[in-house]
Design a protein around this ligand. Sequence first.
Ligand code: ADP
Ligand code: MG
Length: 727
Amino acid sequence: MTQKDNLAKQLKHYFGFDTFKGDQEAIINNLMKGNDMFVLMPTGGGKSLCYQLPSLLMEGTAIVVSPLIALMKNQVDVINGLGEGEGVAHFLNSSLNKAAILQVMDDVSRGVTKLLYVAPESLNKKENIEFFKTVRISFYAIDEAHCISEWGHDFRPEYRNIRHAIDEIGSAPIIALTATATDKVRTDIKRSLGIENALEYKSSFNRPNLYYEVRQKRSEKDTNAQIVQFIRKHAGKSGIIYCLSRKKVEELAEILKTNDIKAAPYHAGLDSATRSKTQDDFLMERIDVIVATIAFGMGIDKPDVRFVIHYDIPKSLEGYYQETGRAGRDGEEGICIAFYSRKDLDKLKKFMEGKPIAEQEIGRQLLQETAAYAESSVCRRKLLLHYFGEPYPKDNCGMCDNCLHPHQKREAKDALVMVLKAITAVKENFKQEYVVDFLEGKETEDILSHKHHELDDFGIGADEDEKLWNPVIRQALLAGYLRKDVENYGLLKITAAGKRFMKHPESFEVQEDIDASDDYEEDSTGAGAGALDPALYSMLRDLRKKVAQKLNLPPYVIFQDVSLEQMATMYPVNCQELQQIQGVGAGKAKRYGAEFLELIKRHCEENDIERPEELRVRTVAKGSLQKVKIIRNIDLKVALDDIAPALGLDFDELLDDIEDIVYSGTKIDIDYFLEDVMDEEHVDEIYEYFRESDTDDLETALDELGGDCTEEEIRLVRIKFLSEMAN
Ligand code: ADP
Ligand code: MG
């Protein structure tokens, strides 16, 4: 039997797979021959098998360095589930107690264990190193090897010491594996591990089934609304939403739940039982959407994640690529949407200010690449692949927003010549921003200190549109006229093609950048985009008065002013749209909505009004997590005087919140509590008062009702009244 047949047979025997994926076979063969290996394969490409299978076939124990404890357990379970007996795979990390560690060591010493997963910290521990010296090591596998480089997206300082530990333990072939690595990161990895001569296997990073889109983040509210609408359109499909902060994760998950979406939060602040339950629920499809910080997803093998949304701009394109890579692993639909705003970018930059200078410099450069990606109107796929050093030959990928809606191109031959001249003038020793300042003739401190303002070409581009320079430079990088020296903080260099272009300029068309607004409102209150339609507003008020008189109810009970204002801005014409209006719940829409909708519709038709596209989505009452918790507790019939201390509120503050909830259109039922604390007649008396009165003012009620009722009682019954009559 040839070696080839044999390996395929072993694959079938251990893993039940019929064929190798990609370069797996060649990688395994070469590793078994004793070569150091460097494997770059996109997420889901099948990297684990490249070390798992040979470990089972070779003599000794393979040591696998892996960054996440949760991942190790999972992989060990997989291997031990192959049926080759207990203890074939083990992990060694800080989560084990003494007895468990002894068991592991015993299995390793007896040669039972073929595959030992260790955390980098554990590998570097003195007592472990002493132990490993006594063990026959088949090879070392370094998974998620990009963690070695601070230029990657997940730097772990302990990864830096791996080579040192290996030197102590004893040499054996090393295989490094990662799903993301730019040239810079790749060099770092090889250097740090001392495997400069490793055989390299690099699969294409193109994921043809993934669709990429970047949307401008206009406001948080609007972003939430877009996300809810997107998920509704893709109901029942699995998706992941990444946010940068835990707080945002919690908030967004609540908003989704309030909109009847099966969602759960996931971040490192949750206890591990909750996290693993959430993970399970997602895999078992009891939950459709996970809202997560980046802590979620590494090693999650769910093949049919249909969308990945980035609520905030990612900190690096590497991270972005890795996270979007979790969509559509089965080769089917995978929609990747990122929300971008300059304001978020600035926030992240600010955030870095406390860090060491070198780290800041790196962080800023990584961020800049992400910003360039987001603002460019060039094919997203081309930009991403270029970032990973892979050319993309087609002009239009047909699977990103920029290719589906191509932007106008403009001739930039002369501009590129100017850029090349400027870079030459500063001796190819400066970064993009500096070159742009030079082109525009800005006498910055930096330029003055280099005396570059004295050069002939200083300010050669001053007459051009300043928005032109960044796209020209970036697209010249893509086209290969320029090169960024990543080793040296991204200095711009001219390539041979660039030099030829200077001598013989030819047509060079560029797409202008997308106009990213500098700012968005943190929380746009009130009506949003459009302007109030005064004619409609006054008609709506008249109608409200009429209805109120007919029903013998005060007008505010029908709809509050703010609701009418929004109606006169958003022009809702059906019941569902009406419910997107602030202060209008399902009950209210049904009870009072019809006449109002009729009026709005007629008004729109008669005046040829174009309604705003954007439909409002129901937000959590005034957007606060606290209120959602209150509603939940009331639904569970928890006594109000128990809810208050549990949420750290005074009883008064709790009533304030409940009033807000009710006034903004949500119906709640506190009868269970009233029955406990007030007698029925009392409740009826106050209830009747509000029915008759033309104001809901508390002071007036106190006066009118005289000394029988306390303020609290009045407020409680008013809540009941508003909830029943108004909502
Ligand atoms: P990576 O670590 O590269 O992201 P994994 O090692 O987790 O990817 O593998 C991804 C999926 O591909 C796993 O479900 C794995 O079982 C499967 N897989 C790996 N190799 C093969 C193969 N030769 N044939 C079929 N499936 C494979
Ligand atoms: Mg992996």
